[in-house]
Design a protein around this ligand. Structure first.
Ligand code: ZN
Ligand code: ZN
Length: 386
């Protein structure tokens, strides 16, 4: 991690480089002006930054500063596209890469999680399958070849996932439609394709009543906590959508008692913390657990961990978790089931002894391993909404 003092020095150097560099490199006046403007921008927001946390005298906090670093890095990358002059273009691209790297490397260490050995991550048996849609997983419950209204989809991926999910469903079930779509929770990366899918299949959507405000347009999720650190996903999390969607037309409440209508052997379990109405799905008969974001199996705070999941047992994605004490109780509840197989919202499927050991270690060292060191929510959730 780049310490605050070094970060401040790098900012001063890059501002100076952007203002003076282009003249030295002999860039044309138009490119020179553009680069100088960016340099002055960097100087301005750096002067307004409290690099050390906590240091409240200046208006820009470190996590906002890192977001600005990443944002102007990305802007420089885009600007470089329409700069004709090779030297100015190279300078702009090099600088963009530098700004993005500084933003990523300045992110404080996020939750460490528990190292687990990578496994051949197939789901044993054929009743359950998971499908990765970009940074998130969806799950199919029901053996291949199940008939019309005899299988279930769990979650609906990031926006744009409808096609790959429909394709996978067709491969597995032909033209048969699901009995219902079950939601672990309503975060944007789990409901991205819900509208297309529920309409295409004319299927009801089940979620816990406590999650309904976020699925009926009534309440936004609380603000993200980019200060948890751990990488670019955390740094950018304040830009992620958290507004409520409205699928009231097809939304149903999961009935009391854990039963899922039409689904035998499985029950839903309330696992709040990450969101108030988060649920997991548990198959008592074969020990399979779909934990959604209550437990995940990659370091989702980092862009690398999100895009190239590597087996690691973690608590819920830290930047989007407002209630850590509920999250801990939920993990305890799931670990007590002693699952044989764990399918999560993010990361590979885990199973067997490695899973048992990992869950136990995650609970034993919950504060050190699953929780972030810094978060606006460490003192408990705040009432938010609107
Ligand atoms: Zn989530
Ligand atoms: Zn998620």
């Amino acid at each position: 991690m780049i310490p605050p003092r070094l970060h401040a020095t790098l900012d001063a150097l890059s501002a100076a480089l952007l203002v003076v560099g282009p003249s030295v490199a002999g860039a044309r006046p138009s490119a020179r002006k553009r680069l100088a403007a960016i340099g002055l921008g960097v100087a301005a927001y750096s002067l307004a930054t409290s690099y050390r946390d906590p240091a409240p005298e200046r208006p820009i906090r470190p996590e906002l500063h890192r977001l600005l670093d990443a944002g102007h890095g990305a802007t420089c990358l885009a600007l470089a596209q329409d700069v004709d002059e090779p030297s100015a273009r190279a300078l702009l691209r090099g600088y963009a890469a530098f700004a993005l790297a500084v933003a990523a490397l300045s992110s404080p260490a996020g939750p460490r999680g528990i190292q687990v050995e990578a496994q051949a991550a197939a789901v044993p048996g054929d009743e359950l399958a998971s499908l990765r849609c970009g940074i998130v997983n969806v799950a199919f419950i029901g053996a291949p070849g199940s008939g019309d209204r005899e299988w279930f989809l769990v979650d609906a991926g990031i926006p744009g996932s409808a096609k790959p999910i429909l394709r996978a469903a067709r491969r597995r079930y032909g033209q048969a439609r699901p009995a219902a779509i079950l939601l672990t929770h309503g975060h944007f990366d789990h409901v991205g394709a819900i509208r297309q899918l529920m309409d295409e299949w004319d299927a009801p959507v089940y979620a816990h009543p406590a999650e309904h405000p976020y699925l009926t347009g009534r309440l936004s999720y609380p603000p993200a906590a980019p200060e948890v650190g751990g990488g670019m996903m955390a740094e950018l999390s304040s830009l992620f959508p958290r507004h409520a969607i409205d699928i009231s037309r097809r939304l149903r409440a999961l009935p009391d008692g854990g039963h899922v209508p039409g689904l035998t052997d499985w029950q839903w379990i309330h696992t709040p913390g990450h969101t108030p109405g988060h649920v997991s799905f548990w198959n008592r008969k074969n020990g399979a657990l779909i934990a959604g974001d209550a437990i995940i199996t990659t370091k989702q705070e980092s862009l690398h961990g999100a895009l190239f999941p590597r087996a690691r047992l973690q608590g819920p994605p830290a930047y989007f978790t407002p209630d850590w004490s509920a999250a801990q109780s939920s993990i305890r509840r799931l670990a007590d089931l002693d699952p044989n197989v764990l399918v999560t919202g993010h990361g590979p499927t885990l199973q067997g002894a490695e899973l048992t050991r990992g869950l136990r270690d995650l609970l034993t060292a919950f504060q050190q391993r699953a929780m972030p060191r810094n978060s606006r929510y460490l003192q408990g959730p705040r009432r938010t909404g609107a």
